[in-house]
Design a protein around this ligand. Structure first.
Ligand code: PNS
Length: 170
């Protein structure tokens, strides 16, 4: 049987349960999923974890899943996908506000590599408001993000920000 390979690219800073939801859903469609952490993201962001830490966290989370591979990539996503013979790109679409950027990116990617197809997946309703940037900010200000990230990510965030980086004191 031919392998169906997809790339699920992103910044994953940090990986959230929203990402996990999309990963689990994607595995219903493909038999190999490459979770690809971008060294160059289109959004400019303040980093929480460096790319190698994000790769390590994701590898730990998915250590038991043979269908999932976690790698970092540099340069264009389509170039990376082509070298891995992955003609499918998976992206999660949370809300209409995501659509414009995602659509633009999908069409650009397809004009760079006409053989690629982009699949937009809807997350579980409870994850539609969740974003890495919001998790970063809430955590940085001492809020509880335990229901938004995997335990290993939470532990690493607590190491970074302190167990009670509570927002009240300055
Ligand atoms: O999680 P993000 O930050 O929304 O993911 C964006 C990402 C990494 C998928 C996008 O920035 C990307 O593909 N970067 C690689 C460089 C590239 O190919 N840029 C052109 C995209 S049209």
């Amino acid at each position: 049987m031919n392998e169906t390979i997809a790339v699920y690219p992103g910044s994953f800073d940090p990986p959230t349960l929203g990402h996990d939801d999309i990963i689990r859903r994607s595995l219903k469609l493909v038999n190999r999923l490459i979770v690809a952490v971008a060294r160059t993201s289109t959004h400019s962001k303040s980093n929480l974890f460096d790319v190698d830490e994000r790769v390590e966290l994701l590898r730990t989370i998915y250590a038991g899943d043979e269908e999932i591979e976690v790698v970092a990539f540099s340069g264009l996503l389509v170039d990376f996908a082509r070298t891995r013979a992955a003609r499918l790109i998976i992206r999660g679409l949370r809300a209409v506000s995501d659509f414009e950027y995602e659509f633009q990116m999908a069409l650009m990617n397809r004009s760079l590599w006409p053989e690629v197809e982009v699949i937009f997946m809807a997350p579980a309703t409870k994850h539609t408001f969740l974003s890495s940037s919001m998790v970063r900010e809430v955590s940085r200000l001492g809020g509880d993000v335990s229901s938004f990230v995997d335990a290993i990510v939470l532990e690493r965030m607590q190491e970074r920000f302190g167990e009670s980086s509570g927002g009240a004191s300055e």
